[in-house]
Design a protein around this ligand. Structure first.
Ligand SMILES: Cc1cc2nc3c(=O)[nH]c(=O)nc-3n(C[C@H](O)[C@H](O)[C@H](O)COP(=O)(O)O)c2cc1C
Length: 415
């Protein structure tokens, strides 16, 4: 079939697609160009009703999965190449994000060539993007080993429908001459005018109670909430298949741990509050602040630790009578471990209570820039406490990815 006449087919006749035809199409499609001619893909053929039933939920039960005679899952595959290297005294280094992208590129190029050849043969195809929405379910169903990742699914069969062809955006929407030319409002209007004027799209907007076609996409079909949730699953599955390293994403979203670990690493940060010298102990989990204790330095009732101490541990301790307290532990220059017991008792109870509230917010992983803004916006009853909160906000700035984003506070320099 001429590509100008092609369309997606979602309904199929009962006529089988023979192994002979399928294998010929796959073999011909393997003439597709691939990176280093490594052919970093593999195809899992599903014909049995039981396996289709197993796959269907991963594709949100789209009916084509169980109705098509053949379902193909095309995978980015560095497993075979890696095994080949290992068997030939070669050291593979393909368990990383770049290798995933390379293998996914090969797999998708192969997929598209297969689609063109199959459609030329008169077969009907539907590409299922749901493959990357819940990849873990497909990995489990097809028993995909590490370094194999599903990137495309095709339902294949002889057409039992001849739907209308869908529209396409005009050339000016996709082509840029020499450099990328920005989309002015007029150009956007010109690119989307035809699509927005189609009766079926107007109907779509109306039945969904939306004002524009774009809103149907953002609010219903592909929402931020769904995209973010499925992105998390995607990253977890890529980690499980060893294309990403464990913990690679931890920096961006530290996990919520409700039960405080017994021992937390901590940073010791000195700051000034109304000419007084203060110290903050910032407990860290996954390198992100989890709790904060603050108090006066060098005071009888405060805390005295050598200036050189920048790091230590906050240790949760239960007395014999079950009373909980927090101790600070550090190793001094001579290598001796020193414990300062009862951080809480050493500090003014009012500050302690505010610090507890701030720790609650940190523990549930509110992004640090929001925590700083929240603390900075507090209007407490006296100037000393307001100056303290400014000091705490300044301490927390240390943990911002980009400290320049927030305005400087006065009178609260870190010391
Ligand atoms: C990445 C991708 C994901 C898709 N996912 C689905 C899908 O999950 N279900 C479906 O019915 N069609 C799916 N399609 C088919 C598109 O809806 C279809 O190609 C598009 O609407 C244009 O229609 P046409 O192929 O008939 O020209 C997908 C196509 C692509 C390329």
């Amino acid at each position: 079939m001429d590509i100008r006449h092609r369309r997606t087919i979602r309904k199929y006749t009962q006529q089988p697609v023979s192994d002979e035809l399928l294998n010929r199409l796959i073999e011909d499609a393997s003439r597709t160009q691939t990176m280093g001619n490594l052919q970093l893909y593999s195809v899992v053929v599903t014909r049995s009703a039981a396996m289709k039933e197993l796959l269907a939920p991963a594709h949100f039960c789209q009916p084509m999965v169980t109705q098509a005679p053949v379902v193909l899952t095309v995978c980015a595959d560095f497993r075979r190449t890696t095994d080949w290297c290992l068997q030939r005294q070669a050291a593979p280094g393909y368990d990383n994000a770049l290798s995933f992208l390379n293998a996914a590129t090969d797999a998708l190029l192969f997929t598209q060539t297969f689609c063109c050849l199959a459609e030329e043969e008169g077969l009907g195809i539907c590409f299922l993007g749901t493959t990357v929405y819940q990849p873990q379910a497909i990995i489990a169903a097809l028993e995909l080993p590490e370094l194999v990742f599903p990137v495309a699914t095709l339902t294949v069969g002889w057409p039992a429908e001849q739907p209308e062809q869908t529209d396409r955006l005009p050339l000016q929407a996709i082509v840029h001459q020499e450099t990328y030319s920005p989309f002015t409002p007029e150009r956007i209007d010109a690119c989307y005018a035809r699509r927005e004027s189609l009766p079926e799209n107007k109907h779509f907007v109306q039945i969904n109670n939306k004002e524009t076609l774009a809103q149907v996409f953002t609010d219903i079909r592909y929402t931020r909430k769904d995209n973010e949730a499925m992105s998390e699953g995607l990253l977890a599955a890529l980690t499980g298949q060893k294309f990403l390293q464990e913990g690679a994403m931890q920096g961006s979203t530290p996990t919520v741990v409700e039960r405080r670990p017994d021992v937390l690493e901590c940073d010791v940060v000195r700051f000034q509050n109304k000419k007084e010298k203060w110290v903050a102990f910032v407990g860290l989990l996954d390198d992100a602040p989890y709790e904060i204790f603050t108090g006066l330095q060098d005071d009888d009732e405060g805390i005295a630790i050598p200036k050189s101490v920048q790091k230590g541990f906050i240790v949760k301790h239960y007395d014999r009578d079950g009373q909980k307290r927090y101790d600070f532990q550090f190793v001094n220059k001579r290598g001796y471990k020193t414990t300062i017991e009862g951080l809480s008792e050493r500090f003014n109870p009012e500050y302690w209570d505010y610090a507890k509230l701030i720790s609650g917010v940190l523990r549930y992983r509110m992004p640090i820039d929001h925590v700083i803004r929240l603390i900075s916006s507090l209007q407490l009853e006296n100037d000393t406490i307001n100056s303290w909160t400014a000091g705490v906000a300044r301490v927390l700035k240390k943990y911002l990815p980009d400290a320049q984003q927030l305005p400087e506070e006065e009178d609260t320099e870190e010391k």
